[in-house]
Ligand binder design. Structure first.
Ligand SMILES: O=C(O)CCCC[C@@H]1SC[C@@H]2NC(=O)N[C@@H]21
Length: 274
């Protein structure tokens, strides 16, 4: 982990740290993966609330074991990607729909008016015109106290988010990229993080108390798949009827209405390759 202070780290400290009381805000130049680092810490018993931001990741990870490659950094003082993880202990009654609630929060921060058409592609991508702007990787660790008579704290949640800020090549991505500078040419990663960090923490707290229900209509308003023919990675296909109250995708196939959970399959609008 390269923690040498630079412009990026200074700006994160100045712009973001004051907005997140109770969280350690850490910015590093280079790391393997911000998610991997917070999961390592949690397994070692370090379960404090933290926001870890990296200017570069050398082994960024996406869902289903896929790599997450950040956009190429430019020569100027602008990070082409925003990559960070938020870690905190959490004890919701039900975890279903958490990644959707996180997506709603980030989409609303990046595009409050909806004019930029930032859409949510179930279960955890942000799209603009069917191009991937951002991805979300949620992981949890079960901290252990090492003593049978001492109850374990709630699960430690790690929310990793990668956002394309500047232009990037498709470079093997499954979905062609979109980037924030397409509609906000002057946006810089530290300030973007400052816009979305506090609403994200609030959203996670709302989710812990109330589950997915407060986010369901907001998800529906940005649902990229509802009303479209979709294909699942298990080969079946059908008409997407939006997201159920439990966060599952509803797909009407020849066999009837299927409730698809995110662990089972990937989904694409028909005609797009997996
Ligand atoms: O698209 C996906 O499948 C999810 C991508 C998540 C990428 C972010 S970048 C910050 C954090 N660290 C990682 O290694 N992954 C997440």
């Amino acid at each position: 982990m390269d923690t040498k202070a630079g412009w990026f780290e200074d700006r994160i400290a100045a712009a973001v740290a004051p907005l997140l009381p109770g969280f350690a805000v850490e910015a590093v130049v280079e790391i393997d993966s911000t998610n991997t680092e917070l999961m390592r810490r949690a397994r070692a018993g370090r379960v404090e609330p933290v926001l870890l931001v990296a200017e570069r990741q050398t082994a960024g990870r996406g869902r289903l074991g896929r790599p997450w490659q950040s956009a190429q950094q430019s020569e100027e003082k602008t990070a082409a990607s925003l990559t960070f993880s938020l870690g905190l202990p959490l004890a919701p009654r039900d975890w279903a729909g958490l990644s959707l609630a996180v997506g709603v929060s980030v989409a609303e921060s990046l595009d409050p008016s909806g004019d930029a058409k930032v859409a949510l592609k179930w279960p955890n991508d942000l799209w603009v015109n069917d191009r991937k702007l951002a991805g979300i990787l949620i992981e949890t660790a079960m901290p252990h106290t090492g003593r049978a008579d001492v109850p374990a704290p709630p699960r430690y949640l790690v929310i990793g988010i990668g956002i394309n800020i500047g232009p990037r090549e498709a470079d093997g991505m499954r979905t062609p990229p979109a980037w924030l500078h397409q509609w906000r040419p002057d946006a810089a990663a530290p300030e973007v993080l400052a816009e979305l960090a506090a609403p994200l923490v609030r959203s996670v707290q709302v989710f812990e108390a109330q589950g997915f229900a407060p986010f369901a209509e907001r998800f529906a308003a940005r649902d990229a798949l509802r009303g479209r023919e979709v294909q699942l990675s298990d080969g079946s296909s059908g008409l997407c009827e939006g997201v159920a109250w439990g966060g599952e995708l509803q797909v009407r196939t020849a066999d009837g209405l299927q409730l698809v959970s995110s662990d089972e399959v990937s989904v694409r609008p028909r005609g797009m390759a997996f």
